[in-house]
Ligand binder design. Structure first.
Ligand SMILES: [Zn+2]
Length: 266
């Protein structure tokens, strides 16, 4: 097999928002994976996240992955429908990767409304290319792993990993057994964390109890309640993401290698 050309792209992760559902001033939790400064994949699409995305890139996201269907993660879809459907561009659709178990829930949350357009003749999904996913998906020549996390009813929330580049927990309680499968000592482990935990989310004491110090050093935490809580997490020694941050990433593994690693992990 001939050697593949080296990846000369610059990869980064842009934090559109880092707040929890009660902290819209911190933005709805969401990131955009960028390659050479261009948006490649948005993770989640809350109202504030979509606004931040449009302000930053002056265009809708080219593709979105959904971690779960709480409204602070999916409430931007009605606007995305309108912007695509009335764009005047034939066939303009946003590629949408959705864990298969979430498709019925997403249908109920955003698409099950009689007549998405008042005059009829349109279906909600006309404006999207819906791709249900299980263990992962191919996007832009790369393999992305998808895994279940611990957020509300089992099977209703998922995380994402582009091996070598970044791990993203989504909303979750601690998942040390999952993180251990992906951590490579280099890539940032983006993880839910607030000062205080609850049955839905990770708190600082949970994080310190459940993860080894070496793993915590690789973490970049988000999804907190206030600027003050973010400062308190930083004072405790954590690396804390802020809305608007752009974090340079290591290069992802080559797609074939990432896909093989994924198959080996099952
Ligand atoms: Zn949630």
């Amino acid at each position: 097999m001939p050697d593949l050309p080296a990846d000369t792209s610059e990869w980064s992760l842009h934090f559109l928002g880092v707040g929890n559902a009660a902290a819209p001033e911190l933005g709805s939790a969401s990131v955009v994976l960028e390659r050479d400064g261009q948006p490649l994949l948005m993770v989640d699409c809350g109202q504030e996240a979509l606004s931040a995305c449009l302000a930053r890139y002056e265009q809708p996201p080219p593709a979105v992955f959904i971690t779960h269907v709480h409204l602070d993660h999916v409430a931007g879809f009605e606007r995305l429908f309108v912007s695509n459907y009335f764009s005047g561009k034939e066939g303009q659709r946003t590629r949408l990767y959705v864990p298969a178990m979430l498709v019925p829930l997403l249908q109920g949350r955003i698409a099950d409304y009689p007549n998405v357009v008042a005059e009829g003749s349109a279906n909600f999904w006309d404006a999207f290319q819906l791709i249900p996913v299980s263990r992962g998906f191919w996007h832009a020549g790369h393999w992305f792993d998808v895994f279940p996390v611990r957020h509300h009813v089992p099977g209703t929330a998922y995380g994402l990993c582009l091996r070598g580049a970044f791990f993203y927990s989504g909303d979750t309680r601690p998942i040390p057994e999952v993180v251990a499968q992906y951590a490579d000592g280099t890539m940032p482990l983006v993880h839910d964390c607030d000062l205080h935990g609850n049955p839905s989310h990770t708190g600082l004491p949970d994080l310190l109890r459940e993860y080894p110090a070496e793993i915590i050093r690789q973490m970049l935490v988000y999804h907190y309640a206030s600027v003050a809580d973010g400062a308190a997490l930083a004072a405790a020694g954590l690396r804390v993401a802020k809305a608007g941050d752009r974090v340079a990433l290591p290069k992802p593994l080559a797609a074939a290698e990432a896909h093989a690693a994924s198959a080996g992990a099952i």
